[in-house]
Design a protein around this ligand. Sequence first.
Ligand SMILES: [Zn+2]
Length: 338
Amino acid sequence: MGSPDGGIREGTSSKPVGHGTYSGRVSAADETYLDLALSRSRVDRWAQVRTDEAELGQIIRRDSTRVLELRADTVPVDPTSMRLVLRPPRPEDLDREPWFLGRDEGVDYVAVVASAEGVPEAAGSAAQPRWAGLREVGADLDDRDAGLLTAATALRGWHDRHGYCPRCGAPTVVTQGGWVRSCPVDGSEHHPRTDPAVIMAVTDPQDRLLLATGLPWPDGRVSVLAGFVEAGESLEAAVAREVLEEVGVVVTDLVYRGNQPWPFPASLMVAYRARTADTELRVQESELRSAAWYSRAELASGLREGRLTLPSRVSIAHRLIQEWFGQSLPGHGPAVPR
Ligand SMILES: [Zn+2]
């Protein structure tokens, strides 16, 4: 990754030397992605409140507080304004282990998990909220609501999967406004996990883009390559390793582009551009159904004719592809509402 001021940092040689290593050039563009759908939050997390039991108790009783209710993986959204439908606290929220999401313009926001029963199947009307998830509506929400729903979705994914102490196996309890799970047996505290993953737009000497179809995907669904960062691995080494493993090409000239949380359930996607001098692909069949180089004209015609589909515009993958393409992609709106 580039230095914090966005300057260029160079490695010691121009080529990576093998699996799991990258010693080539890494740079950061002058401007990275700052308006990604799920990175736009303007809510102050106000972390000092999390350890203030008295204040937390007041917040969940205060009429001015706004509550985001989660049912299964969905929240209520006003289908006309595309804003979250938030409500004042109710007495039953006290028993629902409310999570403190933060404060914005003097209003405190909390999330509670309610029973999944009662989620209407039909699309919402003006009078009835539509129950929808972050993947579905994340790109259409405003900055406040995108931030609230991204944090709530991330907490949901973590609480659902981390009910037991990793040290002693005892059931843990929710503390600090939902941001810690504490073990009552050994006193250990456990924090929400974030698992970094790299995602990369790789181009060949003709500036064609590498797009691939993952094993479980439907025909024609294509995206850029991505993969989890392994334990003890740098971001750049992960980019080089994933591309080499999945399609057999060696990358150079990494450029850091930006990052966004992807809480399905706990990823942080870190995006790069990369180049390769190799055009021959050796597709690893245990990971991918297919992979190929696409010119802009080939991608555009595939999208217009319905032969190809891309990840939705809430994803950083979409932004990487759109940046290479140079304009809005056929059949897709702008990446974020503006
Ligand atoms: Zn324990």
